[in-house]
Design a protein around this ligand. Structure first.
Ligand SMILES: [Zn+2]
Ligand SMILES: [Zn+2]
Ligand SMILES: [Zn+2]
Ligand SMILES: [Zn+2]
Length: 105
């Protein structure tokens, strides 16, 4: 890379957003392994989704949190319990609707 103040996008290099976020490999700098991207782990994966690194996108069942069926079941159970709880107390019934709406389901 040369140090000219004008980049290949005809902008001041300092100000060019493309130069700032996209590396010479055409990837987002933070996701480019060659560039030592910070969101990538030593396994060449995104840390968030790396099982070995216990990424936060991986659940305790070693699945992707978003698609894990066990997590989903557990969540549904939790909702069932909550609804039972609401049903047992008429004062809370009014809150139930609000609660369910918040869950977005
Ligand atoms: Zn540029
Ligand atoms: Zn790169
Ligand atoms: Zn990893
Ligand atoms: Zn899970």
């Amino acid at each position: 890379m040369d140090n000219s103040p004008i980049c290949r996008h005809n902008l001041f290099t300092m100000r060019c957003l493309i130069c700032k976020y996209i590396c010479k490999h055409g990837k987002q700098k933070s996701r480019c392994f060659e560039c030592g991207g910070t969101s990538l782990c030593i396994h060449k994966r995104e840390k968030y989704y790396c099982r070995e690194c216990r990424g936060t996108g991986i659940c305790k069942h070693q699945n992707y949190k978003k698609t894990c069926k066990i997590c989903k079941l557990e969540k549904n159970k939790l909702i069932d319990k909550k609804i039972d709880y609401f049903l047992n107390d008429p004062r809370l019934l009014a809150l139930m609707e609000f609660y369910i709406l918040q869950l977005g389901c």
